[in-house]
Design a binder for this molecule. Sequence first.
Ligand code: AMP
Length: 217
Amino acid sequence: MIIMLLGAPGAGKGTQAVKLASILEIPHISTGDIFRSNIKEGTELGKLAASYINNGKLVPDEVTFSIVEDRLKKPDCANGAILDGFPRTIPQAEMLDRFLASEGKKLDIVVNIVIDEDEIVERLSQRRYCPECKATYHLGHRPPKNGVNCDVCGTEVILRDDDQPDVIQKRFKEYHESTEPLIEYYKAKGNLIESQGVNGIEQSLNNTIRALINRKI
Ligand code: AMP
C-alpha cells in the first residue's frame, strides 16, 4: 500500500511517517531527508537542493520526481511505502500517478494532516534536528535528554537552516501556492482522508491510525 502524508511545513508529517512505516513495515521515503543527506555529503544534488531549500523554495519538479522514482523502484518498496513531503506540487502528483500506473500501482491513500498555522510556527522554531541520524526533537515537549545531544547517536542537535523564522514564512507561502491545491486534486480522486495533527505526537498518530482504519476508500 502506498500512503502519502500531506500537510503544511511542521504539521508533523515526518514524525508520523517514521512511526507508520515501522508499524506497517514499509519504507519511509522523505524527499526532505534525501535532500538534507545530499547537502551534508556535498553532492551535486545537495548543492542544487540547498540553493532552493535555504531560500524556502521548492526543488524543481523533475529533479525531485526522479529521486522518488528511483527510490520506489527499489525492491524494498514492493509492498508499498510511506511518502513524506512528496508530491508537493500538482505536476509532481501527475508524474507520480503516471509512474505508478505504468507499474500497475496507485497512490492508495493521502492523509492530510490538519493543524493551525500559529501552532506550526511555534513548533518549527522549537524543532531541533540531528544532522547525523535525522531524529527530531521539540525543545518544549520532547527535548533531547541532556538538552543538547541526540538521544540516539549523541550528535549535537541543530535548528534546520530552513526553520529560521524568515525562511519559515517563505515555506508557508510556497505551501499555500504550490502544495495546498493538492488537497482538491486528491479530493477529486476520492483518496483523501483527514487527520487532526494536534495535542502531541501520540494523539496525532492515533488520529491518523483511526482515520486509516475508518476510511471509506
Ligand atoms: P521537508 O523536510 O519535507 O520539510 O523538506 C524540506 C525542504 O526540501 C522543503 O522546504 C523543500 O525546499 C524541499 N523539498 C522536500 N520535498 C520536496 C518536494 N516534493 N518538492 C520540492 N521540494 C521539496
